[in-house]
Design a protein around this ligand. Structure first.
Ligand SMILES: Nc1ncnc2c1ncn2[C@@H]1O[C@H](COP(=O)(O)OP(=O)(O)OP(=O)(O)O)[C@@H](O)[C@H]1O
Ligand SMILES: Nc1nc2c(c(=O)[nH]1)N=C(CO)CN2
Ligand SMILES: [Mg+2]
Length: 208
């Protein structure tokens, strides 16, 4: 998504959650600094996995395990939103791509990364500690931001890990996107999560 199209949505999110744009921008710069040098920012590997493919996008709703039993996984590129990674691994499935702000079960994500999963790591004002701790332990990383991306980072659009998967797959030319593990009406979540899920719903419905 063009940043100019994303920016007005981002401004609404910042206002709704009282996030600091400066903190988001500083986090993006931090991730950019960490990635430049050892890792050349290049979308070719990620594009190869997604372009022209049917994709299975996995959110981490409690329904994920059951949902997985009902879909045909063959020939699908599997994209996991953060915590969905652990559920997939438990089912013997290795995600091709993990989209994460590193606040889930990162040990499992490191395990999947070692086995070949591409990491799409998101920087925001509330995860700089996670970025500093975990990025040095990962390989095959693409960095994303919600602000205008600094050198070496990308902004495909999207807010929560789950809807960012959808924006990314769309931008990189997925043929289809099948969503599993998305339950926006889940009541077993706290108020902030509920609000985030409402944004995820709103952003994903923009694709329908
Ligand atoms: N009922 C649900 N509970 C949790 N996540 C859900 C649900 N329905 C959809 N999702 C999607 O699954 C994604 C991954 O979920 P996870 O539990 O790992 O959350 P998270 O890492 O805390 O999410 P975020 O960092 O985006 O707030 C979320 O970003 C969200 O888009
Ligand atoms: N500043 C900030 N940005 C975010 C946050 C968050 O908690 N703080 N959470 C996100 C995923 O839910 C995505 N973006
Ligand atoms: Mg997360």
């Amino acid at each position: 998504m063009e940043y100019d199209k994303w920016e007005p949505i981002y401004k609404k999110i910042v206002e709704d959650f009282d996030f600091s744009e400066n903190a988001d921008a500083d986090a993006a710069q931090l991730l950019s600094n960490l990635l430049i040098g050892p890792v050349k920012a290049d979308l070719n590997g990620l594009t190869d996995v997604i372009k022209g493919k049917d994709t299975l996008i996995c959110g981490n709703a409690p329904t994920l395990k059951k949902d997985l039993e009902q879909v045909d996984l063959s020939d699908h590129a599997i994209i996991a939103a953060d915590g969905a990674t652990s559920v997939l691994l438990e089912q013997g499935l290795l995600p091709d791509v993990i989209v994460t702000d590193l606040d889930g079960d990162v040990e499992k994500e490191i395990e999947a990364n070692k086995k070949g999963a591409i990491m799409v790591v998101h920087a925001h004002g509330d995860n700089t500690d996670k970025i500093l701790s975990f990025v040095p332990l990962l390989t095959n990383i693409i960095g994303t931001s919600q602000t205008k991306p600094p050198h070496g980072l990308f902004n495909f659009g999207g807010f929560t890990d789950g809807d960012r998967c959808v924006f990314m797959a769309h931008q990189l030319g997925a043929t289809s996107m099948t969503l599993v593990g998305f339950d926006f009406d889940d009541d077993n979540v706290d108020e902030t999560k509920k609000k985030k899920l409402n944004w995820a719903r709103r952003l994903i419905e923009g694709f329908a």
